[in-house]
Design a protein around this ligand. Structure first.
Ligand SMILES: [Zn+2]
Length: 148
């Protein structure tokens, strides 16, 4: 049976392949951009508060920091405790236009040794985990230049 593909978190990203974008919100009063999206009230302490509108975020950014996860994260992270833990690479990426830093996993196969601060990366759809009925989707960061 084919698994259905669903976002692991509703409303945080949209689109497929080249059209894939993270979704944030922007305050109409002060233009602050939030990711994860803020839908209740503007978090800028100097802002009187404005309408928060959904905006697609820059598809590219630059590596601000990175590391790898060598231990199994606790619940609610989903992983099979019967299987050995496979380390994954994590990146903090400063978005090109918004200049906010967004955390995420690197695409599979990218290791810490492949990365450098300032390297350009792009957001792509990725698989967070799969169960029998569903492929749960998230975002991954992928270097835009292929490293040898
Ligand atoms: Zn504001």
């Amino acid at each position: 049976m084919a698994r259905s593909r669903k976002p692991a978190v509703e409303g945080w990203f949209i689109g497929e392949e080249a059209g894939f974008r993270l979704l944030g919100t922007r305050c109409a009063a002060c233009a602050s951009v939030f990711f994860p999206r803020e839908d209740t009230h503007c978090r800028n302490p100097g802002c009187p508060g404005g309408e928060l509108a959904e905006v697609p975020l820059s598809p590219r950014g630059r590596v601000w920091s990175y590391t790898d996860s060598r231990y199994r994260p606790p619940s609610p992270y989903v992983s099979d405790p019967e299987l050995p833990w496979d380390p994954c690479t994590l990146m903090a990426v400063e978005l090109e236009t918004e200049r906010i830093v967004v955390l995420g996993q690197a695409v599979p196969g990218v290791a810490v040794a492949d990365l450098a601060v300032g390297m350009e990366v792009e957001v792509v759809p990725g698989v967070l985990y799969e169960d029998t009925a569903t492929t749960w989707l998230t975002w991954h960061w992928r270097p835009t230049e292929v490293t040898a």
